[in-house]
Design a protein around this ligand. Structure first.
Ligand code: ACO
Length: 328
């Protein structure tokens, strides 16, 4: 039995923070943000709109497009670093209940911006081992809740949203996910972290304002370019696939300059590279499925086309995947 990428869905909240919003609250400029990151806008969830709510909206679309009854889903994996609740319950269990799927295996994955690729690898393993048949994977983030809006080095980067996919068992090898690579290196943990709130906290109080993301942006940038490039070169070489055979290169949308550097290193043409960073910013675990949904909804992603996913994030974590699109 193989695992196939059967459908995609996504949701972006209505409220938008454009660069002029940050000009009004910080010492920054539209010109600086665009030049250094490529970001123009980010979607921001309402105060009473939780990560699980966005995940449910994306999941409903993915399930509908899969042609399955929701009861046929037998596992839910949610990748998030901004769960509804600290520690428990998992956001996946809340999503399951909101979808009306009470009795189901459901759990979260914490791999920051690589979360969706990790979730995909877990779904594939459950399916190929014969344990599950239809796995709903979700990347959902309310990063605005853990963003320090007085830190101009980070707050201009992040947005909210969710993306979801149904991964199903198939006997058709043509539709099978070809390969997934994942990795991590905790020795770089201090580059990007929420330093407070856990048992390794610097402070003993758990107040939310002490749980904001902190990032050493410039150092992270350099490691990101190096790691992302190495990772995709390796997965292409391992599978003896030339980069011109990739229909859609879908990298984590953190920064236009990172994506450009990796695309150039792989000698990819502009039309092969999917870019949504301008309109969503960095939505961490949601960024890759939101980008896949974008090309699906604009009619650019067709059945059988080959996607190369590539992600990098806090942990540090990284991952890449070679995935034929098995949806209609
Ligand atoms: N507006 C104006 N100036 C700014 C801003 C801002 N918003 N932010 C920083 N600056 C200033 C700095 O203070 C600094 O000024 P100085 O030279 O006087 O000291 C100058 O701009 C340069 O700062 P750098 O941090 O070196 O800028 P850089 O070119 O590296 O861009 C950025 C910063 C956009 C954060 C970039 O480093 C980046 O994208 N890093 C990688 C992010 C990433 O990929 N993270 C991993 C995934 S996220 C996850 O896992 C959740």
């Amino acid at each position: 039995m193989y695992a196939s990428f059967r459908s995609i869905g996504a949701y972006a909240p209505k409220k938008i923070y454009d660069n002029s919003y940050f000009e009004s609250i910080l010492d920054t400029s539209d010109e600086w943000i665009l030049k250094r990151t490529g970001i123009k806008e980010r979607h921001i969830a309402d105060e009473n709109e939780f990560t699980s709510d966005m995940g449910v909206k994306a999941a409903e679309i993915a399930i509908e497009r899969s042609g399955l009854k929701k009861e046929e889903i037998d596992l839910i994996v949610c990748a998030t670093i901004s769960p509804d609740y600290f520690c428990m319950p998992s956001t996946a269990t809340i999503i399951a209940t909101k979808l009306g799927l009470g009795n189901i295996t459901a759990f979260d994955i914490s791999a920051a911006c690589t979360g969706f690729v990790y979730a995909l690898s877990v779904a594939r393993a459950f399916i190929e081992s014969g344990m599950k048949k239809n796995v709903l994977i979700i990347g959902a983030e309310k990063l605005s809740a853990i963003t320090d809006y007085s830190d101009r080095g980070t707050c201009i980067l992040f947005g909210d949203g969710a993306g979801s996919a149904v991964i199903s068992a198939t006997e058709n090898k043509e539709e099978a996910i070809i390969d997934i690579h994942t990795g991590s290196d905790g020795s770089y943990a201090d580059l990007l972290m929420t330093p407070n709130g856990g048992t390794g906290s610097e402070h003993d109080e758990l107040a939310s304002e002490t749980c904001f993301m902190k990032m050493k942006g410039n150092e992270t940038f350099k490691v990101a370019v190096r790691t992302l490039t190495k990772d995709v070169v390796e997965i292409l070489e391992t599978n003896k696939i030339q980069s011109d055979k990739i229909d859609h290169f879908i990298p984590h949308q953190a920064n236009y300059r990172i994506i450009k550097a990796v695309g150039d290193a792989l000698k990819l043409k502009e039309e092969q590279v999917v870019l949504t960073v301008a309109k969503y910013g960095n939505t961490s675990g949601a960024s890759i499925p939101m980008a896949i949904n974008d090309i699906y909804e604009s009619g650019k992603l067709k059945h059988g086309e080959l996607m190369l996913l590539d992600a990098f994030g806090g942990g540090l974590t990284w991952g890449s995947a070679l995935v034929p699109f098995a949806g209609k």
